[in-house]
Design a protein around this ligand. Structure first.
Ligand SMILES: Cc1cc2nc3c(=O)[nH]c(=O)nc-3n(C[C@H](O)[C@H](O)[C@H](O)COP(=O)(O)OP(=O)(O)OC[C@H]3O[C@@H](n4cnc5c(N)ncnc54)[C@H](O)[C@@H]3O)c2cc1C
Length: 306
């Protein structure tokens, strides 16, 4: 691996100061970074700054109606967490779909988000759930809605073939996130969905082995007080240059049923990417089918009025 050096940060303040000074790349689980560092010369003059041992970033805690996940929490730790399994099943399924046990033992949720790959499995789930990202830097802490933290990454989606696995950036946080120089993610806050909310996660891969999604879909259907479907939220990987949440609310769709309105919105959204997306004809055909499958499972008969 071609890197200048590697050090372990001893506190969040130290990590933040060093990172702000320049010449450092944040290193959490290293599952993305090590792949890049093996193949590219990008990091010859950079020091990997390992934040994975910082206790203040290792916490999973409940706060009001949120689960707060520190930036050094691994995907395996999330997978093993009861609150995640029972109260955030969409996130649980997304996390479990990442790579292999070995990858999840090291990879972090914050690293998955910071890497900002359009085919990430966790980002659509976080965006659908309305997660917030806690960011720490010279000006202290601030919170950014997950959906608003990303910049467009058009280059990634132009990659030929069905995979969206090429990252063109040595430090994706600089180009793909709206962070200020020196700002780092210290945690992710995920609101617990309303009781009765249904969820759907689907990952389409090329050959059913370990690897990035060709497309994935995260969807929730929230009920009203009578238990009737009121709001659909969905986000997808492998399609959009920046993660978006498509939301459909019953009664606001000019006479169309919730199902029709949701599908129409999704088709309109993917058609905007016609000139950008590799494998567009395939994805244009399959995307609505993935959504229909989810809606079939989540919207019982008779729940489709406008
Ligand atoms: C074999 C293999 C299979 C994989 N399969 C999948 C898959 O199926 N689905 C999927 O979504 N991903 C997959 N991945 C990608 C990867 O595992 C995830 O993106 C992982 O979650 C990244 O987390 P990490 O902690 O390892 O990040 P790192 O590699 O440590 O860092 C990734 C990027 O984020 C930055 N970063 C890390 N932490 C922070 C922070 N706190 N604040 C700001 N920036 C930060 C780093 O500087 C770096 O640029 C796979 C990777 C491999 C090698």
């Amino acid at each position: 691996m071609l890197i200048r050096d590697y050090i372990r940060a001893s506190s969040l303040e130290e990590a933040s100061e060093r990172y702000a000074a320049g010449g450092y790349i944040l290193f959490a689980g290293g599952t993305d970074l090590m792949v890049k560092a093996r193949g590219k010369k990008w990091y010859q003059d950079k020091t990997f700054l390992d934040i994975s041992g910082l206790q203040e970033l290792k916490e999973i805690r409940e706060e009001e109606n949120f689960l707060c996940v520190g930036a050094a929490v691994t995907l395996t730790e999330l997978e093993e967490n009861r609150e995640v399994r029972e109260r955030l099943p969409l996130l649980y399924e997304a996390v479990r779909s990442v790579g292999s046990t070995q990858i999840r033992n090291r990879a972090t949720l914050a690293g998955n988000l910071a890497n900002a790959c359009p085919a990430s499995d966790c980002i659509p789930a976080l965006v659908t759930l309305g997660a917030q990202v806690e960011v720490y830097g010279g000006k202290g802490k601030r919170v950014i809605p997950a959906e608003q933290i990303f910049r467009e990454c058009r280059a990634c989606l132009r990659h030929s073939g069905m995979h969206v696995r090429t990252c063109y950036y040595s430090d994706p946080t600089e180009k793909k996130l709206i962070l200020e120089p020196g700002e780092m993610i210290c945690g992710i806050r995920i609101p617990f969905p309303k009781p009765g909310t249904g969820h759907w996660f689907y990952k389409l891969t090329q050959n059913r082995t370990i690897g990035m999604a060709v497309m994935n879909l995260s969807m929730t259907v929230e009920p009203d007080e009578r238990g009737k479907a009121r709001r659909i939220r969905l986000s997808a990987g492998g399609i959009f240059p920046r993660p978006v949440c498509l939301e459909t609310v019953r009664g606001k769709n000019a006479g169309k049923s919730l199902r029709e309105a949701c599908l129409e919105q999704a088709v309109n959204a993917i058609e905007q990417e016609k000139d950008l997306l590799a494998d567009y004809p395939y994805k244009r055909r399959v995307f609505p089918e993935l959504i229909e499958e989810g809606l079939e499972a989540l919207l019982p008969d008779g729940e489709e009025d406008s």
